[in-house]
Design a protein around this ligand. Structure first.
Ligand code: G6P
Length: 614
């Protein structure tokens, strides 16, 4: 989704903006642009180009062609109007003296545009964002107010979601930042200040950040940041310190972020798990959901999007087994429109790596409105979802840059596994034996995962056998089915191969008609108690000509080898840890297949890392 960066200080802004934008490329975009103000001449220069950021950067010779020490930059992921130079941001007002970058959607833009056109104001682009730039200028001219007041008037008229960065040629040395339902952070430095959609864009300049709340506005100058409430009353904001290292957001010798992040999983899991286990017990520090409330729970709703939703699908099986409480998993984009049955005795668990996914955020608010408490599992510290939840459990995976999530997914699983054991103990629904086995399995997980990663050449070999297939089915039961959903998504996201995940038992109710000679079926059979069923399903598809690549545990390898064309193994482990181990070969398979097909692995077409529009 769109990325925003802004800089005001003593250095030339354009090179800093271009560098910041390069760190936001991972979010997914189709065009880029910058606007820079030069104080002395009261000049505002805008440069933008469709396509990769490199086109813009080359056009500006790395920023050297555009001078000034205040500027805003943007990577655009098209919503209103096709990707094009003219639809790229910054969008400017008629006079070219106001420039705006925007992430989100102005829902009532058509009505505002019609009004402005009636006033004789011509529009250059098809974007909703241009309305903001034009409307600011309209208020400046007709109401004879200052820039801040004009922006305030615009905010009272626009509806929707937005993070905005605004500069004016007439007030050089100043950036106005606004946010509502779209992410925006402010960076505080010595003699400079910045704004950005996420911390990766500014971390090499400063780690001191201010999180703006919905409806708040800020004026950034070289000397400082002044924040205002929705009612335009000056407010003091807390400055937080981000502890991510810059190297964590760099490739460090790996060809792709996705591969680096796959390989980082054991360490990420150590960070997520070790501090939460002490002397064989799950310890959740700062967990303040009331015991009486937890004991009164009638239902748990897990709400998320994409891979985080798939984590929810795994955890439904784990939570229901350990807690004996009904667990419903909902897509966040559906949740708020389905009149969910949520009461004060429902715990809503929102899972989000970025903590900024708009649908998940909206679901969180709906859940709270309905009286539920919200517990979120989030990676990005200080993100919107984390801040609005009643309780947050961080995954501590470090920055995840590749669009296709890997360490984000596996640390979410680990944190929810820990939560399931913790609640099982609290509610008295889990036996001592299962609890002890679960805790031991999670403690052993990072090391076991290292063993899976060491055998990556086997996966590479299978990828070389199958990368030409055009359609792949993942089948499995129970936890294996839920894991298959993620394996299938990984493959289609980055290799563009059509792929589906099916609950094995459901296959014969229709989908089996698609199995023919040579169809690739990836059969997941890690779950010991369902292994025989997995074998029967393998036989079923093989007898119809499918080529079967199976995934099972080491102790079952031989049995499976009789049935499947190829077998990948993971170490034997307690059930709770199987999806975490099993997903790794599936991530690697997707990665190697995409590599062999020459795909743009870290930035797959049409996808965005953090989806901040509905
Ligand atoms: C996007 C990403 C997915 C991710 C989903 C949910 O679609 O491409 O990888 O799973 O958003 O993101 P979240 O940050 O809420 O986990």
């Amino acid at each position: 989704m769109c990325g925003i960066v802004g800089y005001v200080g003593r250095e030339q802004a354009a090179p800093i903006l271009l560098e910041g934008l390069s760190r936001l490329e991972y979010r997914g975009y189709d065009s880029a642009g910058v606007a820079v103000c030069s104080a002395g001449e009261g000049r505002l220069e805008v440069a933008k180009a469709k396509g990769r950021l490199k086109i813009l950067s080359d056009m500006l010779h790395g920023g050297a062609d555009i001078s000034g020490t205040t500027g805003i930059g943007h990577t655009r992921w098209a919503t209103h109007g096709a990707p094009s130079d003219v639809n790229s941001h910054p969008q400017v007002s008629r006079s070219g003296r106001i420039a705006v970058v925007h992430n989100g959607i102005i829902e009532n833009y058509a009505e505002l545009k019609a009004f402005l056109k009636e006033q004789g104001i011509p529009f250059a682009s098809e974007t909703d964002t241009e309305v903001v730039a034009q409307l600011i200028e309209y208020f400046l001219e007709t109401d004879k107010v200052g820039l801040l007041e004009a922006v305030g008037r615009v905010l009272r008229r626009i509806e929707g979601a937005y993070a905005l960065g605004i500069v004016s040629a007439d007030v050089p040395g100043q950036i106005i930042a606004v946010r509502k339902d779209s992410p925006l952070i402010l960076g505080q430095g010595q003699d400079f200040h910045m704004l950005a959609s996420d911390v990766t864009a500014i971390i090499q300049h400063t780690r001191d950040v201010i999180y703006l709340e919905d409806g708040e506005l800020a004026v950034l100058t070289t000397e400082g940041i002044q924040c205002y409430s929705q009612l335009m009353v000056p407010i003091e904001k807390k400055v937080s310190h981000v502890d991510w290292e810059i190297d964590a957001a760099e490739k460090g010798g790996y060809e792709h972020f996705m591969f680096k992040e796959i390989m980082e999983q054991p360490d990420a899991l150590r960070r997520a798990i070790s501090p939460r286990i002490a002397e064989g017990q799950v310890v959740l520090e700062d967990f303040h959901l009331d015991e009486a409330y937890l004991k009164s729970l009638e239902k748990i709703y897990i709400v998320a999007c994409g891979s985080s939703y798939h984590v929810g699908m795994v955890e439904k099986y784990i939570f229901e087994r350990l807690l004996r409480i009904p667990v419903e998993v909902a897509l966040a984009s559906e949740f708020r429109y389905m009149e969910p049955i949520v009461t004060q005795r429902t715990l809503v668990v929102v899972i989000s790596q970025s903590g900024e996914t708009l649908d998940s955020m909206a679901a969180l608010r709906e859940a709270k409105r309905l009286g539920a408490k919200v517990l979120s599992v989030v990676n990005v510290v200080g993100s919107s979802i984390a801040r609005e939840s009643d309780q947050v459990l961080y995954t501590w995976a470090g920055p995840e840059i590749a669009v296709a999530t890997t360490k984000g997914y596996s640390t979410q699983l680990a944190v929810l596994d820990l939560l399931a054991l913790y609640l099982g103990r609290l509610l008295g629904t889990v036996s001592q034996e299962t609890y002890d086995q679960g805790v031991a399995a999670l403690e052993a997980l990072p090391e076991q995962m290292e063993r899976v990663l060491e055998r990556r050449e086997d996966i590479q070999y299978y990828a070389s056998q199958y990368f030409n297939h055009n359609s792949v089915f993942f089948i499995g039961r129970n936890l294996d089915y839920a894991m298959g959903l993620e394996g299938s998504l990984k493959l289609k996201e980055i290799s563009y191969i059509h792929s589906e995940a099916y609950a094995s038992g459901e296959l014969k109710h229709g989908t089996i008609s698609l199995i023919e000679e040579g169809t690739l079926v990836i059969a997941l059979g890690t779950c010991g108690r369902l292994f025989d069923k997995a074998m029967s399903n393998v036989a079923e598809v093989r007898s119809r000509g499918a080529d079967v690549l199976a995934l099972t545990t080491e102790s079952r390898q031989e049995d499976m080898a009789h049935a499947a064309s190829g077998v990948i193994t993971i170490p034997d482990a307690a059930e709770i840890a199987l999806p975490s181990l099993g997903v790794v070969p599936l991530q690697l398979f997707a990665y190697y297949v995409a590599l062999m097909r020459g795909c743009d692995i870290d930035k797959p077409r049409n996808l965005a890392k953090s989806v901040t529009v509905e």
